[in-house]
Every structure is written in structure tokens, then in C-alpha cells.
Design a protein around this ligand. Sequence first.
Ligand code: ATP
Ligand code: MG
Ligand code: MG
Ligand code: MG
Length: 466
Amino acid sequence: MDAREIRKVYLDFQAEHGHAVIPRAKLVPQDDPTTLFTGSGMQPLLPYLLGKPHPQGRRLADSQTCLRVQDIEEVGDNRHTTFFEMLGNWSLGDYFKAEQLPWVWTFLTDKVGLDPERIFVTCYSGDEENGIAKDTESAEIWTRLFTEAGISADQADVGTEEHAAAVGTGGARIAFYSKKNWWCRGGSAAAMPPGEPGGPDSEIFYLFPSIEHDPAYGEHCHQNCDCGRYIELGNSVFMEFAKNDAGGFDELPAQNVDYGGGLERIAAASIDSPDVYRISLMWPIIERLQELSGKSYDTHTVALRVVADHLRGATFLAVDGIVPSNKTQGYVMRRLVRRAIRFAFELGLEEDFFPQILPVIGELYASDYPEVAESLDRVTAVLVKEEKAFRRTLRKGLKQLRGYRRTGVGGEELFVLYDTFGFPVELSTEEAKNQGIELQDGWRQAFEAKLNEQRARSQQASTMKP
Ligand code: ATP
Ligand code: MG
Ligand code: MG
Ligand code: MG
């Protein structure tokens, strides 16, 4: 099934179960100054999960466009992109585990057609210290679902001998984790203030047996192993408890469900690909980049992934009204654009190429997100202007950087590259690594000190009277 169909089937499926399908929130939160970007489906709905009534009722669903700058270093692997869509459904004090987990199962196996044999899940192992019980309720529901499908549902606590033994036979179908499967805002169960809600989380993974476990990540492979053999498709958070004054946990009178599943990853699983760039919403971008550059995905995988991802993210930022600047969201957008241009250099794309790629991205989203179609001319103008501006200084900056080959690069040099050539610091440090140029110890602190000095200077200048 292709990604657009999956999005539609998911939302139809949720509507059949009484959910109001709501529009995506913009990538820039409207009334939340604490975060730069919408990074999950839950984020814009948090006030409702905390008790405010939602005008559209107690069952909601959407596909939320997300931007996670914190994942930028991961971009280039097979499953992390800065921009992605999260399929979500929520129960605001309505249904709970007994409905949610079978729905996730039916959606993935019946609707998307994933192989139930390759689905593995995790549940919360409990926390004795803080008096929170193991989530046996979720585990029992999963056991029933697997058993009905003729699959043995062995359980094991990760890190125990039982688990190691199960791994030998292909991994425990239901693995229990502690902190990884506990949801609360910020920090841990121990650090939560009284009244704060929290609860267990149950995650779903898809196994790619063709990927060999890499022992560099640990002796035994398991659901949360970073080797990439299991790919996380989604998770259901059950907001079940609130912390009491004595430091223990009481059941909440109204319990919520928050589900988030990665559209790109589910779409990849449905075509049996561990690589999200192979899906219908991404591959046309890679194909066009291959045509333009004459470089193949087999040999230039990372550069092609980074360019495709960053331009998709920058496009949606522009759709949502952001323009490149030196502050907050605008600076992140600028970093995405500049990084895309730098990685395009590796593909031999040294001339302006955004005008060839942006229409491809526009076409992928235009009919499902009319705001993309409506703003494409404006978006293209914004990004093409930024491309031209940066390209002028890029070559000079790279030359400057190579000039540091003998001395290495420290905060001082990074600041020159940032200030004179507009190089975001990770662009300079990555490039230095690429070129085998030494990064001096403490470069980050030294760079930040320089940056602060400059900020102080410009503040002073703006408050000085003539
Ligand atoms: P991971 O452990 O793989 O980094 P996560 O636990 O950080 O994922 P969640 O916050 O649980 O992700 O988000 C819900 C779902 O969104 C994930 O299960 C995954 O399918 C998808 N997702 C999360 N981050 C990314 C990303 N950077 N790129 C693509 N999909 C993502
Ligand atoms: Mg993550
Ligand atoms: Mg995870
Ligand atoms: Mg997760």
C-alpha cells in the first residue's frame, strides 16, 4: 500500500470508530512559546489531554506533520528524518487499552497488510521503587491478539536471562522495559510533581530479518536495539495515573490514550523496506536528485537522503509561513537549506537545483494538503532566494575551512565561518570531519563564548544613544 493510501485508510478507520478527524497543526506551535516546533501529534493536544474539553469531542484522530531538529544527526540512517508525519488517535477519558491495542493490531495487519509474524511489542515493566505496577493488562491483550493469529507470545523482561534465551529463538514477542515505556512530562516518575499525570506506553516494532544484528550495539538484539533490525512503528501511551501527595500513584478518574505512529515507517514496512526513503512520498525526490546529479542511491545514500529530507522539511516550514532568518525557527530553516546545499555538493550539484526539486515535493503533497498547492509559488521563491544567497559564499567558506588544515579548527575559526560565511556550526564541524581536519578540544564552548560576546556587543550597540 502506498503512503498516501495508508494515511487515508488510517483516518477512515479511526472515523469508523467514532473519531473526529482534525486538521494537522502547523509546524510552528501557535500558542506555546516553550518549543520551536510541533514534534508529535500529542503536543498540540496536550491541553485537552490534561483536562480541557475539546470542541470536537472525546475521540480525535489526525496525521500530524512533525519536525524534530533533535534527530538531525540521525538523518542519513534508514528511519529518521527531521520532517515526518505522525498518525495519531486520542481518547480523552473515553476508550482505553481494550479498544486501542486491538485497533492498532487490526490497522497494521488487516488494513495495511503487515505480516503479524514480524510484529513485536513492548510493555511497561513497572517500577517498584515508585509503587507503579507492571502493565500486565496490555501484555494480556497482546497475548490474545498474537495467539488468535497462531503466533506464540512469549514474554520476557529485557536484561534478564529469560530474555537472553528468548533472543536466541528470535526475540521475545512481548518484551518489558522500564523507563523506556513510561510516559510523563519531562524527567522520571520520581521527579514528577504531585498531580502530574503519567502512564505506561506500549510500543510496536517490525522485524526486518534481512538486517543482521550488529554486536556493536550489545550482545543480544531486542526491540529497542539501535542496530535497526527492529523498527519502531508506533506507540500507545496510556495516561492512567496521577502522582499523589505521598509520592505514590493513584488511578486517574478519566484515563486517556495517545497513539502516535510514523506514517513513513509504516509505509516502508508495507513495502517490506527497512528504508523510509523508498516510500511513495520520498522516492520521487531521490529519483529526481539521481537524475540531476547522475549519482546513484547505492553509492551516495547518505547525501541523497539528507538533501531529500531537508528540502522536504524546509518546504513545509515555508508552507507554514517561516522564512529563513538568524533567529529561532527561521534559523533552523536556514540550517536545513544550507546543509542540503552542502550535501548536494557531494553529489556534484554545485549549481542552483532547488527549482528542479521543489515541484516534485509540491506534487507529492498538493492534493492532500491544499495549503501546499496554494503556497507553492511563494515557497519556491523563498527557498530559491535562500539557495542563491548561500551558494555565493559557500565556495569561499569551504576554501577558508581548508585553510585551517594545519592548525585545526576551534571556536575562533568556527565563529569566522559562521559570521563571515554563514556556516551553521554543524556544517563546519561535519565538513572538518569529512576533510580530516582536526577539531580542537572545547570547540563548542569556545564557539558559544564568541557568539555570546557578539550578542552582547550588538545589544550594547542597539541601546547606545547617538
Ligand atoms: P525512535 O525511537 O525510532 O527514535 P521515537 O520513540 O523517538 O522513535 P515517538 O516519539 O514515539 O518516536 O514517535 C512516534 C512514532 O513516530 C515513532 O514510533 C516512529 O514511527 C515515528 N518517528 C519518530 N521519530 C521519527 C523520525 N525522526 N523520523 C521518522 N519517523 C519518526
Ligand atoms: Mg527518537
Ligand atoms: Mg523510541
Ligand atoms: Mg517511541
